[in-house]
Design a protein around this ligand. Structure first.
Ligand code: BEZ
Length: 212
């Protein structure tokens, strides 16, 4: 098991899932991906997370992001659990859940942190760009459910900064002003960003969201 860091190629794998065998790269195609792990089936926080993820699928689709969950139980267990999730969360789970009984994918992505728990995964999140590089890693403990608004927010930032020479400030949300990349001079920035550039400090230049 190798540590995965930002900028690394996301390891490919083929694994069983709630919808049959899945090859990760084939599943992602040429879009973005989010891979997120759950400690175990039939657990309360995971039940709320997967229901929430299902309700957010339209938002991930809009951003061309394919969702893939993982838990270290088997496919038949996943499918029984999905019935509960659909019932109690009033939704339909609409993305696959990897059945990682042999912990192959969990090990590949370093999702088991033995000092937290020897057998269950933590709540890992990996966001993967179309070129299959890892763009974001977040690790939550089992006791803390994820904030899916934050995951969408960070995807908006990743996609904006992938295609424009900007960075996003603290608490930024789509449509708000962004920071001009430090690599660009203010003079060049004024040419590049026709909506205007405000030089707050020579190293802090703001411009309206170029996509808004
Ligand atoms: C849960 O998903 O509710 C959970 C799983 C493992 C430990 C604690 C909570």
């Amino acid at each position: 098991m190798a540590t995965i860091r930002l900028g690394d190629k996301a390891p490919d794998f083929t694994a069983d899932s709630s919808v049959g065998t899945i090859n990760f790269y084939d599943y992602l195609g040429d879009g973005w991906g989010i891979l997120f792990s759950h400690p175990a089936d039939f657990t309360p926080v995971c039940t709320t997370e997967l229901g929430t993820a299902a309700k957010f699928k339209d938002e991930f689709d809009k951003r061309n992001v394919k969702m893939l969950a993982l838990s270290v139980d088997g496919a038949s267990s996943h499918n029984e659990w999905i019935k509960d999730i659909n019932e109690v969360q009033n939704t339909t789970v609409n993305f696959p859940i990897i059945a990682d009984e042999n912990k192959k994918v969990s090990d590949l992505y370093d999702m088991i942190h033995p000092n937290a728990d020897n057998n269950l995964t933590v709540r890992s999140v990996f966001i993967i760009a179309p070129d299959k590089t890892v763009k974001l890693i977040i690790t939550y403990p089992a006791s803390t459910g994820r904030n899916f608004y934050e995951l969408l927010r960070v995807i908006d930032s990743l996609q904006l900064t992938a295609y424009h020479k900007v960075a996003t400030p603290a608490n930024w949300k789509q449509g708000e002003s962004v920071v001009v990349s430090p690599a660009i001079s203010t003079e060049d920035a004024k040419e590049m960003f026709k909506k205007g550039v405000e030089e707050v400090k020579p190293y802090l230049r703001m411009t309206p969201d170029p996509t808004a």
